[in-house]
Design a protein around this ligand. Structure first.
Ligand SMILES: C=C(O[C@H]1C=CC=C(C(=O)O)[C@@H]1O)C(=O)O
Length: 415
């Protein structure tokens, strides 16, 4: 068996599993984040022991290893949440610890308590034991569909009056959950179901909430070899046929509405590059990509920041890009105002951004989409849809239902 070595021998974390450590960290009130990057088979667990949740400016290249999280409403001079990586553990797909990065040392009292608690949980309850029916329907707001469709009609009217070209309108869907609900297990299910997505679970004890997600949309990626990436992701259609089988990618055809919707996001990104006079980018796409039960159109933009001698590009682009027109609209100011006036609820961290900064030298920040918040017994799912002149209100509603299903179909059933 693989053993995890430290300077003083085998690590005290040896043999512990994700669910046990997650649970122990939660009980001890430590902010923590669990994630799996797209197309990788490593899971990282970060636990912030010393400082609680800090706030800082997202100057990504200057940060110590940690996890960043921001609400949708964020001005570029504002601070974001920062979970310092006091402990960062790497797990294999088989749920075995492969590396331990423990800044506090194994003799630290809180670290010892954490390990002891995790170990006692492992002897009490076999991982995987969870009672049935943890996500329970609660009376939906009967008028939720009508209300959402009305906001879409208002948006289409505003677009026809030239107030803006596109706006992304969103809504929520609530289910009840019991204490028996095991978020780390739900995370593991998403990891298995969606290899292309950024799977994350964040515990914010000060807000008394947890966020679980399977995001298909990278916002800024900065690799230690100097490669920067961002993407435009928009346009949606269901990926399954009537029999429930995935339709092959090459059979997917896009309408004018989706092509325009995604092109607006690409143009927005290019405008951001123009603002900093950056012309040396590689553009690939648009291509059809699978995101869970949906297909989207995606264009990837790549820059070699070493060649350009521009190490702070990711921080500069984060400020320029957020909120992109994949979650807000075009032009930004009037569409944002419209969302504020019409949407009728607080998006909170939905369509904000989140991800690891400077972990192993890499930064991977994603848009917080296909996400659910667990708070006070209510699981709130969030989903939005890009509205253009050609939008049909009922179709946009069904699109948000499909987006909620990305998580619900995996974590809502057969517990
Ligand atoms: C706003 C969401 O998705 C965005 C990303 C991809 C496709 C989108 C669309 O087709 O509307 C949205 O712009 C969401 O998932 O809540």
């Amino acid at each position: 068996m693989l053993s995890v070595q430290t300077d003083t021998g085998i690590s005290i974390f040896e043999g512990l599993q994700i669910e046990e450590l997650w649970h122990a960290s939660r009980i001890m009130g430590f902010p923590s984040a669990l994630w799996r990057l797209p197309h990788t088979n490593e899971i990282k667990l970060l636990i912030s022991i010393r400082d609680g949740i800090r706030k800082c400016l997202p100057e990504l290249e200057k940060m110590t290893p940690g996890f960043v999280m921001s609400t949708f409403y964020w001005e570029s001079d504002q601070e974001v949440l920062f979970l310092e990586g006091d402990i960062i553990l790497t797990f294999s797909e088989e749920n075995r610890i492969t590396t331990v990065d423990n800044k506090l040392g194994e003799e630290h009292t809180e670290v010892k308590r954490l390990v002891k608690l995790a170990a006692s949980a492992s002897s009490e309850e076999p991982a995987g034991a969870s009672p049935a029916g943890l996500l329970l329907p609660i009376d939906p707001h009967l008028d939720a569909k009508a209300r959402f469709e009305r906001t879409v009609e208002m948006a289409v009217a505003a677009i026809r009056q030239n107030q803006f070209k596109k706006v992304v309108l969103s809504r929520t869907k609530d289910l009840a959950y019991t204490e028996a609900f095991q978020p780390a297990q739900a995370f593991q299910r998403l990891v298995k179901a969606y290899p292309h997505a950024f799977i994350s679970l964040v515990n914010l004890p000060e807000e008394n909430e947890m966020w679980l997600g399977a995001s298909p949309e990278g916002l800024v990626e900065q690799r230690s070899d100097g490669i920067f990436k961002t993407m435009s992701l928009a346009g949606t259609q269901g990926a399954r046929d009537a029999a429930g089988t995935i339709i092959p990618k090459y059979d997917i055809r896009w309408g004018e509405k989706e092509i325009e919707e995604q092109a607006l996001v690409s143009r927005y990104i290019i405008e951001c590059f123009k603002k900093i006079r950056l012309r040396e980018y590689l553009e690939t796409g648009p291509r059809t990509v699978l995101a869970g039960n949906l297909y989207h159109l995606r264009t990837v933009f790549e820059v070699d920041t070493v060649d350009l001698n521009f190490p702070e590009l990711a921080s500069v682009m984060l400020k320029l890009l957020h909120p992109t027109s994949a979650i807000c609209g075009v032009p930004k100011a009037p569409s944002l105002q419209f969302i504020n006036d019409v949407e009728g609820y607080n998006r909170s961290f939905y369509s904000g951004f989140l991800g690891p900064a400077q972990v192993g030298g890499d930064t991977n920040i994603f848009v917080n989409l296909r996400t659910v918040r667990f708070k006070d017994g209510i699981a709130t799912f969030f989903a939005g849809a890009g509205i253009t002149e050609d939008s049909v209100p009922e179709q946009e509603w069904f699109e948000t239902e499909l987006k909620c299903d990305t998580l619900l179909k995996v974590i809502g059933s057969s517990f």
